[in-house]
Write a protein that binds this ligand. Sequence first.
Ligand code: ASP
Length: 454
Amino acid sequence: MKRTLILESLQGVGKTVLLQGWVNARRDHGQVIFIDLRDRSGIVQVVGGKELSSLRDEDVVEIEGLVKKRPEKLINPNLSTGKIEIEARKVKVLSKSLELPLPVSGDGRDIEEVVRLKYRYLDLRRPRLNKNIRLRSKFVDLCRQYLFSNDFVEIETPLLTKSTPEGSRDFVVPSRLQPGKFYALPQSPQQYKQLLMVAGFERYFQIARCLRDEDLRADRGFEHTQIDMEMSFVKREDIMKITEEMFISVFEKLGGKILKKPFPVFSYEKALKKFGADKFDLRNESQKKENILSFAWVVDFPFFEKDKEGKWTYTHNPFSNPVEEDKEKFLKGKIEGIRTSQYDLICNGYEVGGGSIRSTNPKILSKVFSVLGYEDKEIQEKFGHILEAFKYGVPPHGGIAPGIDRLLMVLTGETALKEVVAFPTTASGQTSVMSAPAKLSQEQLKELGIKVIK
Ligand code: ASP
């Protein structure tokens, strides 16, 4: 007999169906036993006698049974299959389950993080998390659909690459074939996507994994996924518009309510004056309770700021162009007050994405790197490839990279990234289920030419 999904069994009143799934709950009334059976489509009540008595919560079972309409007064309005029940005929246990080390029926927020992540595959059975992860998949699907229908090409870029500055520390991978040399995992595909513009793709996107060795917070992990986009022959307003249209369409399809359309735009200066920060929430308390989405743009950031040691550093992205009005001043040597073409997307007080129009003028790029303290030789070594690429017909271009994890966090109203990521790390950077980081064997270290110093 072919398997029927639980939700499909609604259509099978009077017929015998074969269901497969997990025992969600079991109620033993002596003569009569009830099982709530769960599969990916939903939950249904199965009723039977002795044949159900050996079943326990979370056993995986196969049940052949007759679909029966429930009498009017026994209908369960809280269950999508509440109008029917299955009268068990044959029961087969496919796999027994031990008692779970953590309850998975509640929202799980009060369970210790280490336990939830050690048993993440069980934690993910929790309806709230299951829903979040499915929503994430739907969200990515809708973004893809939108981008494909707007002529974007999805292109993968390497994970083993060279350090590209995004303002964070790199995760590095030692090379076996060239001991003493290292790859860097990408903090973003920034330079590759710009090279794809030189290659003539004009509209690129990638659901890109980015790795940054930063101190962890509830809204920041070592890894994050972004909808990495780049477009040629555009102005900053074009990129802001297409991003905004995509999110209005995607969020509304998923049932999100957006506070202000079009998204309001604030200059960095105005944002600081009005909100005291460049991330802010425009909602009142009742709008917050309803989880309305408050998107806004922030533009005209200063390009540079002084770091702790008093040295100039970039505020966002060294590959950005200064705004048109400031370019000449910058080339003449001004640093302070030069504005970047950067735009940040804010939602509900979080920065959920950012991008810029890129500098394709080697003079400006080299000047940026020299302000950042690189010597000419170092600029050639680190960025020579992109400066060279720009000598062969580079289109004006720009892009953006909205972060999927944070966007899902605001959409679901969650306050921690780990609630929308299938296998997140703990607050101290330990991976879920498999405990990494872990030691390497002496042989592996030797092969890599690495000596660990205590
Ligand atoms: N590379 C930038 C980032 O990852 C985004 C961009 O400018 O496109 O934040």
